[in-house]
Unconditional design. Structure first.
Length: 411
C-alpha cells in the first residue's frame, strides 16, 4: 500500500470556496436538493471536474459522474463520491467533503502523472439528505436498484413539486440510465457526525457498516373548536394527542439506550391559530438501531402507543411507514483497504459503525463498498456550527487516495 498524499491546501480551498454557495450567517450552508443554490454548486463541481480533464455524465436521477480514464477503460471503474445537497441548517462538510475529496484524488493523480489500470470516477448523488424530498438517499437508491426510477422521480416536496420536474428545471435531468453498470469498488469519505473519533483522539474511522433506519409520517386528527367555549372534557385536541405521541417516541429511545435513536423533526399544526383547538397535527418520525429485529420492534411499539393514545382521546390516526433502510455491512476487502491505507500513512484509526445514513449504503447493493470517517468538532452535524480540522480533512483524503489507488491498479 502506498502512502501518497493529496494537495491539502487545494482540497481545503475547494471546500471553503464551495461553502460560499448557500452560505448561512452562522457559518453553515443551506443547499436544499435541486434548488437554484444546489444547481450553482453542481455547476461549480462539474466545471472543476472538466478542468481536471474528466468526462462528465449525468443520469436520469441527476447523479453526476466525473470519469478519469484509465489504461484499460473497458474495466469497471473505482468510484468515490457523496452528496452536494445539505440540510436547511447544514454544515460546510456533510456530503460535499466526500465529493471534493474525490475530485482532489483526481487532481493529485493528474499532478503525479499516475495512470491507473482502471478508470476512476467521482460522483455526486442527488437528494442524499431526504430533507426537501423524502426519503433520503433516493438517487443512490435508484442506482442501487432499491427504488424504481418512477418512484424516485415522483417524490414530492412540501409544495408538490417532484424530483423529476425540479431536475428538468435546473438542467440536471440527465440522459444516462440510472444504475445497471458495473463498479469495481466504491469508497465514501465523510465526517463521522458523531462524537466517538474525537473523544478517542482517532483520526480515521474504518467504517464497518451503517445502522438500520425507519421513517414514518403520522397524522393525528381531532376536532377544531373554540378555545374559549369548548369545555376541557369535550375536546378532541390533536396537538395534545400528538405531543403525547412524541413523548412516547422519546420514551422508546430512552428505554432502549445505548443504541436506539428516536427523533421527531417536523411537527405541523393545523389550523395554527392561537384560539382554535388544533384539528390536526402531522409529524415525522425517524427511528434507528443497528439491530434489524430490535428496529422493527421499536417501530411496532411506537405504533401501539400511538394507537392507545388515539383511543383514549377519541382521536383518529394515520400512521405510514415511508422508508426502511435495513442495517448494512460493508465489503471486507474495501474495509481492509481503508485500514491498511490509514496504517501506511501512520494514522490512528478504529473500526466504527455509522449512525448516519449515507449513499454508500445503497451503492453497496451493487458494488463492494466501504467508508472512511474523520472526526468533527464535538460530534456535531446537521447544524451550521459543524466543523472539521484541515489536518483531519487532509488525512481522510490521503486515505481515500491510497485505498482507491490500490483497487484501481488491481485487475
Ligand atoms: O439522515 C441521515 O442519516 C443522513 O444524514 N441523511
Ligand atoms: Mn451526509
Ligand atoms: Mn446529512
Amino acid at each position: 500500500m502506498n502512502n501518497f498524499r493529496v494537495n491539502h491546501d487545494r482540497l481545503w480551498n475547494s471546500l471553503m470556496d464551495m461553502a460560499k454557495i448557500g452560505a448561512t450567517e452562522k457559518g453553515g450552508v443551506c443547499r436544499l436538493t435541486l434548488t437554484d443554490v444546489d444547481k450553482e454548486a453542481r455547476d461549480l463541481f462539474v466545471n472543476w471536474c472538466k478542468d481536471a480533464g474528466c468526462e462528465v455524465s449525468i443520469d436520469e436521477m441527476g447523479n453526476i459522474f466525473a470519469r478519469r480514464a484509465g489504461k484499460n477503460n473497458s474495466l469497471a471503474p473505482v468510484m468515490t463520491g457523496s452528496h452536494i445537497d445539505s440540510q436547511p441548517t447544514g454544515g460546510k462538510y456533510d456530503g460535499i467533503y466526500g465529493v471534493l475529496a474525490g475530485l482532489e484524488v483526481i487532481r493529485t493523480l493528474n499532478d503525479m502523472g499516475i495512470e491507473t489500470e482502471r478508470p476512476i470516477e467521482v460522483t455526486s448523488w442527488t437528494n442524499e439528505e431526504g430533507s426537501r424530498f423524502a426519503p433520503a438517499m433516493i438517487a443512490s437508491g435508484v442506482f442501487g436498484g432499491v427504488f424504481d426510477l418512477e418512484y424516485g422521480l415522483s417524490r414530492k416536496d412540501a409544495d408538490g413539486k417532484t424530483i423529476g420536474e425540479e431536475l428538468k428545471r435546473i438542467g440536471y435531468a440527465g440522459p444516462e440510465k440510472c444504475g445497471g453498470r458495473e463498479i469495481s469498488a466504491f469508497f465514501e469519505v465523510h465526517i463521522e457526525q458523531g462524537p466517538i473519533l474525537e473523544a478517542e483522539e482517532k483520526t480515521i474511522g474504518v467504517v464497518q457498516g451503517v445502522q438500520g433506519m425507519r421513517w414514518y409520517d403520522v397524522e393525528v386528527i381531532g376536532m377544531e373548536s373554540h378555545a374559549g367555549t369548548t369545555p376541557m372534557e369535550r375536546r378532541k385536541d390533536a396537538i395534545v394527542g400528538a405531543s403525547r405521541m412524541v413523548d412516547a417516541l422519546s420514551d422508546i429511545g430512552n428505554e432502549n439506550t445505548p443504541d436506539a435513536r428516536t427523533t421527531c423533526g417536523v411537527f405541523e399544526v393545523s389550523p395554527g391559530s392561537r384560539n382554535v383547538i388544533p384539528g390536526s397535527v402531522s409529524f415525522t418520525v425517524d427511528i434507528r438501531h443497528p439491530d434489524s429485529d430490535i428496529l422493527k420492534k421499536l417501530g411496532e411499539d411506537f405504533r401501539d402507543r400511538c394507537e392507545k393514545i388515539t383511543y383514549e382521546m377519541s382521536l383518529e390516526l394515520k400512521f405510514d411507514e415511508i422508508w426502511h433502510s435495513p442495517p448494512v455491512k460493508f465489503n471486507d476487502d474495501c474495509i481492509n483497504a481503508v485500514a491498511s491505507a490509514a496504517e501506511s500513512l501512520g494514522l490512528e484509526s478504529r473500526p466504527i459503525t455509522s449512525g448516519a445514513g449515507h449513499d454508500a449504503v445503497y451503492v453497496s447493493k451493487v458494488a463492494p463498498a466501504s467508508m472512511i470517517f474523520i472526526p468533527c468538532a464535538d460530534g456535531i452535524s446537521h447544524n451550521e456550527v459543524e466543523s472539521a480540522t484541515k489536518g483531519d480533512v487532509s488525512a481522510g483524503c490521503d486515505v481515500l487516495l491510497n485505498a482507491m489507488l490500490e483497487r484501481a491498479n488491481s485487475v
